[in-house]
Every structure is written in C-alpha cells, then in structure tokens.
Design a protein. Sequence first.
Length: 509
Amino acid sequence: MTTTRTEEPQHEEPPHKPKFTFPSALTVLAIVTVAVWALAFLIPAGQYDRNDAGAPVQGTYHRVDSGQSFVDRLNDLFLSPVNGLYGIQDEKSGQVGPDLAGELYGSAGVFLFVLAIGAFITVVFATGALDRGIGRLAHRLRERGALLIAGVMVVFSVLGTVEGFAEETLGFYGLIVPLMLALGYDRMVAVGTIILGAGIGVLCSTVNPFATGVASSAADISLGDGIVLRFVMWVVLTAVTVAYVIRYAKRVQKNPDRSLTGFLPGDRDLADEPADEIPQLTGLHKAVLITTALVFAFMIFSVVPWSSALTGKADATPYGFELDWSFAQLAALFLCAAVLVGLVARMGEQKLSSTIIQGAADFISPALVIVLARGVTVIMNNSKITDTVLHSIEGVVKGTSSSVFAIIVFVVNLPLAFLIPSTSGHATLAMPILAPLADFAGVSRAVVVTAWQSASGWMNLWVPTTAVTIGGVALAKVGYDKYLRFVWPLLALLFLLICGFVAVGAAIT
C-alpha cells in the first residue's frame, strides 16, 4: 500500500527591500540643475546696477526681461556642464556661452587645480612616507596615551586644514584601533582621534583647496583673505576637540565600565601584548616628508596678502615679495611638486607617470562636482534670476548687524551642507549668492567664506552621508548611534564657538 505525504505549504519570504542610499553629489547636483532650470520659468528676471568693480549696488534692483526663448533655455540646460567648465561671459549682454567673447566664467582653473593637487597627494601617498611617518609617531608615543592622542589628532588636523585630509584617514584604522586598545582605551577613542582630528582641521580650513580655495574662487577673493581669523579658529577649536577626546579616553581608561562602546572579545587582551615594531623612516621617506611640508608652506606664502594681514588694512599697498598667486599658478605648482616628490622618492619614470595619471583620475569626481555646480549658476545668470534670488534674501537680512548676518550665513548653510556633502559643489553653488550679500551687509567676503566652510565642516563631523564618518565607524566596529551619543556635546560646543568667531570676525572687518 502506497501512502502519500501531504506536503506542507511553503511560505515564500517577502522580497528584500533594498536599503535607501543617499545619492552621490553628482546626482544631487544633476537634480538641482534640472530643478533650478524649471524654477527659472517661474522666478521673475531682474538685476542690480553694478559699480566699477562689478559688485551689485544695494537698493538698485529692478525687473528686466530675460530675453530668452524656450529654445534658448533648453540650450542652457544642455550646455550647463560645458559652460560650467569653460563658459565665457559676454561683456555687454552678461550672457555665458562656450563660443562668446569676454572673461572666463567657467571653473576651468579650479578644475585643473583639483586634478593637480590630486596627482600630488597620490604621489606622496605612493611613497609610503606619510603613512610610515604617522605610524612612527604613534609607535614612539605608545606609552604616553594622552600625548599620542594629541599628536595624531594635531597631525591629522594640520593635514585637514591645508589639504582637506578626510577620506585618506580610512586607511589608518588598522593601525590606530589596536594601538588605542593596547593603551587601555576603547574603540571610540580611536574613532574620535581619527574622525574628529581630521574633521576639525577641515572645519577650520586655512588654505584647504577643496573648501577655502573653491569658495574663495567663487566669491572672487584671494585664497589668503581671512586666513588670520581661520588660523585662530583652527588653534582654538583643535585644542578644544583634542581635550574633549582625551577627557573621554582618560575616563574609559580609569573605569572601563564607562565606555560608550564596550569591548569586543579580545579587545582587553591587546593591552597585555607587546607592540609591534614600526619600520624606521628611511632617508628617502624623510626627504619626501620635508619636500611635502615645504610645498604646502610655499603655497601658503604665495597666496597670503601679507600687506593686508600684517597691517590690518584691506587696501594696503602690496609688499614687493608678495606673489598673489591664483589657481593657475597653484595648479602648475602642484604638478611640478608631484614630479619633484617622485624624483626625490626615486619612483622611476613609468611609476611616476602612472601615479600622476591615477591621482588625477581619483580626483575627477570632486572636479566634476565643481563643474556641475558652476553650470547651475550659469543657468541662473543667463535667465537673469540670480539677482532676484539675491534681492529676496536681502530683504531677510536687511537691518541685521554684521555679527548677526555672519551667524545667519553659518546657520543657513547647515541644511545645504547635508543636501550637498561635497564641499566643492556646495561652495560653487552657494557663493555667487552669499558673496554679494556680504557686500550689502558691510561684511568681508572672507568672513562669509569662513562661515560657509564652518557649516560644511560641522555637518561633515556627524552626517551619515559622508564616507569618512559612516565608513570610519564601520571600520572601527562602532555603532553609528553610539558615535552620535559620544560626539553631540562636542558638536554643541563647536556650534557656539563657531557662532562666536564668525560674529567677531564680521564685527572687526
């Protein structure tokens, strides 16, 4: 007799829903481009009268006819990336196009500068000198925990303030995490040391080309304008951040139960293991580090308006030794410096050439972000709505003091920094509006640049849309929610300090 087995019904699992991922900066800017193009049909065209320097004159705004047909507007949308790179602004009509005659409106100079510094940074990292130098510093200070934390954070902060050192920190978790555990700290100390160390440097960028440089170019001022205020901010905020991380580290070392992260199996055992010997710096490594330091020192020297910085007068006569370099010269500097570092490190022609090409390729994304963002401003310019937007914001800040205005600029840029996590794209998009607004408020454009980059840097210390933050906590095996719990008191303190600095900076300028 044959028996039949009744098969139990199989329950199909519901299809797995893909997790939402925030779009890249390029995608965000593409969406912004189409949105601004569409809004240009609704926003009335208008313009200000201009003075001899080309700045808008307050109180002279009036409505005008854009003079654009639908085909003209469609052509602007189609050519926006091209115009963002090398669009030329006609002197009479003010229109921007690739085949007009006049001054360069596109961001070709900044675009090439980003590729050049990308090539330089990649060559430096390819030598292994920077990695080994930081590793050597950590090894030498391994028995002095607080000094180790301070030393690594200051180095990261210096790199952040001069060249936007951020994503590069992801390669240091394999070294810093076990080192901090061996000293009796937890994984959060390593996260704070790396993310906050580099992040506070970027927040207080002095000559960071990807933040201060791009913003200064878009604001039509020198990279060195406002460097004194930014340097003082860097010193104070770096000291506060270092002290905050050390305070937490000592608390955990004294009482491990107060750790916000707890300890994974084996974490506590690392404190009893001998530290591995870090390879010595060779003569070539030392030469590369010295060369790199000299290059950045020379860059700072070449862009600082020394007469204004030393006398405190914006219209001071330049000294004979001032170079007043801009992005064209700086791009050439970093291309030559990349070759120089390669020669010092004896990389060889084939490796040096391929590394320079690879470095430029790795930085094509932020360079394209700048181009797309500039393309948005071209659409606004050609449809003549830039001054209309400026006029609407003028009404909001009219009558406010210079200090209040600077704080408003900082606060307004916080949500923009979340939507556009790319500092370069955010700067290129916002500065054409914010810089003329500073003229109306009687505030230096350099203060607006400082307020803008502070907002961008403050947000990037914690928002989950940045690879530096979300990737860092993942590499350290620390929960993002625990990181937020750790960092929020510092964020509140930094918020107040930034408001104070930009308010004072606006008042004294």
